[in-house]
Design a protein around this ligand. Structure first.
Ligand code: MLT
Length: 313
């Protein structure tokens, strides 16, 4: 360390409430995760960490808000693979995905699960895939904006089945789930953190998971690979970010508070209930988070190109 005294503000950080931007609507998986983390981080930091839902444009609106916030540690962002995919899908972003954020650390990773409204006349994944192939645009699939996790899952599914469906955008899969339960839309590919409670409540029908292995909490659900879509895989992962230029001592305080949360038995129990897993200790710091973001920007650029999805303006 150069021995330069950190700016005075960094030494007294935090001395007022912190905002954590959730770049999707309230009630969805990103929101559930954010609220879980801030309960623990508020205690560790001794200041309230307050969620602000900034939805829209597949999570890029919330990312843009973070990128232009003061780099003082009082505006943070929780985001997932949509931040990486957005670099390819949105040519007019007001931020540089790989330069304008300081990763604080990796949080969790987990599968999506393919679910439908109870009224759909399909009983298992084979029938659901046949239904999608036979009915194409007459089947409505929800997502949370171009580049969102649900949208990318739909993109992979349509590419694998060589079919086009009717895609219905929402500001998050929280609101989309409400319409699925109400029977307003037919199918949703959603993170287990959002769909698990609804599956257990028998309000929606689950079919398959998008991970390469089955999910312990949903042992009877096949993977989409087992269901005949070789190589089909999409895993959601979340990280915490601050704006570029946030002082290192502030980032270190925030990473330490994230570490406390990811070791908290209640947080880990909720993760397990919701079918998601914290990144392993020792492999989830700022450097690992930056490497993951770089890998995912490159990966989704290629996958999106192969799927032939055009950038949205
Ligand atoms: C959400 O929080 O609504 C989801 O992360 C949206 C998505 O990425 O599908």
């Amino acid at each position: 360390f150069t021995g330069l005294a950190a700016p005075a503000a960094a030494q007294s950080y935090p001395d007022r409430p912190i905002t954590l931007i959730v770049p999707f609507a309230a009630g969805g998986p990103s929101d559930v995760l954010g609220r879980l983390l801030v309960q623990s981080m508020s205690q560790t930091l001794g200041q309230a960490v307050v969620i602000e839902n900034v939805g829209g444009a597949g999570g890029t609106t919330g990312a843009a808000r973070t990128a232009r916030a003061a780099p003082d540690g009082y505006t943070l962002l929780i985001h997932h693979l949509a931040l990486a995919a957005g670099a390819t899908l949105y040519p007019n972003l007001t931020y540089d995905t790989l330069k304008d954020f300081e990763p604080i650390g990796l949080v969790n990773q987990g599968p999506f699960v393919m679910v439908s409204k109870l009224e759909l006349p399909t009983r298992n994944i084979a029938e659901l895939l046949a239904h999608l192939k036979a009915n194409g645009r007459n089947v409505s699939l929800a997502h949370a904006g171009v580049g969102s996790g649900a949208h990318l899952c739909n993109m992979l599914l349509q590419s694998a089945l060589k079919v086009k469906v009717n895609e219905i955008p929402y500001r998050g899969t929280g609101p989309a789930m409400n319409d699925l339960i109400a029977g307003q839309i037919d199918v949703l590919c959603d993170q287990t953190t959002n769909s698990m409670p609804q599956i257990q409540g028998n309000r929606i029908r689950p079919y398959a998971v998008t991970s390469t292995e089955r999910v312990t909490q949903l042992p009877n659900l096949p993977t989409l690979q087992e269901a005949g879509l070789p190589g089909f895989e999409i895993t959601i992962w979340h990280a915490l970010y601050a704006p570029r230029g946030t002082p290192a001592p502030v980032l270190a305080r925030l990473n330490a508070a994230l570490e406390v949360a990811l070791k908290d038995r209640q947080v880990l129990a909720r993760f397990a209930d919701l079918g998601t897993t914290a990144y392993p200790e020792g492999r989830r710091g700022p450097a690992e988070a930056r490497a993951q973001l770089e890998r995912e920007v490159a990966k989704w650029a290629q996958v999106i190109r192969e799927a032939g999805v055009s950038a949205s303006n």
